[in-house]
Write a protein that binds this ligand. Structure first.
Ligand code: PMP
Length: 361
């Protein structure tokens, strides 16, 4: 008979990768409100749209490879050395570059779990091994357990604060004790994708942490508070030597000039955008208060989403919410993450949760 020619082998780590978006299907078409991706419900500002329109005329040219105007604007805004700021195609891409800059085969990366679903994928793609550490009380990161999980092979620890999808952020006292416990040649990545939504004064600003610690890198994004998820702009802040390593492995020309200029324009319109963030934070309070008044036990959230720990009923809840017109993100077997969006969406969602309290929970 015929011999089948050998097939191109995939790297085993790649063949085994989980999907980024969990498998549970919800009827997307039915839902009027999309609360499933932690997006900003507000449309882009007219001033930002005007800049995008203008920048489009240069699309036959490559962008500035290092997004100089943007990194300088960020450095000025955050009072930093521009050499320490690296822009990339969304902070999820920057995370990949950070990991390829510091780790590879045989190395370990400690991650919290449950946390951002891209973490185990990014670690595996970098060739390293993810070491997941379960969340502790109240769906918070268990930093003492994460420090204990560090071995001689550990090259990095990912700290998601606020934690996606559960909501709590790490406090200064917890973080300082953790940083004291972790060896100074292990990189600590503070993923602050939702930092602009933090209101708890006990939660540190990563920039202050970075000033005293050489082994810390921050990840931030224009996708959430600045409402530019579709343009893909994120950045890392680190000491210049580390930043140079991240830049060295980054995708060339990864941030289009349309995106670069829109991000700069967003920084210029920051006051207006941060007022929107205030409105989202108020809506978050209304959602959390409403849920608790119905008898739900939900963790505090410092981000633009809340977590319903529904365990095995997560997928059923998401299907009911979709039928009511609200698309939420189920993590099957664990819980449901609901992004904070339009007040009408909050009302619809609270209708579903009230119904569930009466009939299911
Ligand atoms: N970090 C965390 C914790 C996130 O939740 C997200 C978005 N879901 C990102 C990073 C990535 O954001 P982006 O790539 O859009 O900057």
């Amino acid at each position: 008979g015929r011999v089948t020619p050998p097939r191109v082998p995939l790297r085993p780590a790649v063949a085994d990768l989980p999907a980024y978006v969990p498998g549970a299907r919800v009827p997307v078409g039915a839902a009027a409100y999309k609360l499933s991706s932690n997006e900003n419900p507000f449309p882009p500002l007219p001033s930002v749209l005007a800049v995008i329109d203008d920048a489009a005329a240069d699309l036959n040219r490559y962008p500035d490879m290092y997004a100089t105007e943007l990194t300088e604007a960020l450095a000025a805004r955050l009072d930093l050395d521009p050499a320490g700021v690296v822009a990339g195609t969304g902070s999820v891409a920057v995370l990949g570059h950070v990991l390829s800059a510091v780790c590879g085969a045989g190395d370990e990366v400690v991650i919290p779990w449950r946390s951002f679903e891209a973490y185990p994928i990014a670690v595996a793609v970098a060739g390293a091994t993810a070491v997941p550490v379960p969340l502790g009380q109240d769906s918070r990161l268990d930093l003492p357990a994460m420090a204990k999980a560090v071995t001689r092979r550990t090259r990095a620890v990912l700290v998601c604060t606020p934690n996606n999808p559960t909501g709590p952020a790490v406090r200064s006292d917890e973080l300082e004790a953790f940083l004291d416990a972790v060896p100074s040649d292990v990189l600590v990545v503070l993923d602050e994708a939702y930092v602009e939504f933090v209101r708890d004064p006990r939660v540190p600003d990563g920039l202050a942490v970075l000033r005293d610690r050489r082994n810390v890198v921050l990840l931030r994004t224009f996708s959430k508070a600045y409402g530019l998820a579709g343009l893909r702009v994120g950045y890392a802040v680190a000491r210049p030597r580390l930043a140079a390593g991240i830049r060295a492995v980054a995708t060339p020309f990864g941030v289009s000039h349309v995106a670069q200029r829109a991000a700069v324009a967003s920084l210029a319109a920051e006051r207006e955008l941060l007022e929107r963030v205030d409105a989202i934070v108020e809506e978050r309070t209304r959602l959390l208060t409403g849920l608790r008044a119905q008898g739900w036990t939900v963790p505090d959230s410092e981000a633009n989403f809340v977590w319903l720990p529904l365990g095995p009923r997560a997928a059923d809840f998401a299907a009911d919410a979709a039928a009511a017109g609200v698309l939420v993100r189920p993590f099957p077997g664990d819980g449901v993450r609901v992004s904070v969006g339009e007040p009408e969406a909050t009302d619809l969602l609270l209708g579903v949760t009230a119904e569930w309290r009466h009939t299911r929970v």
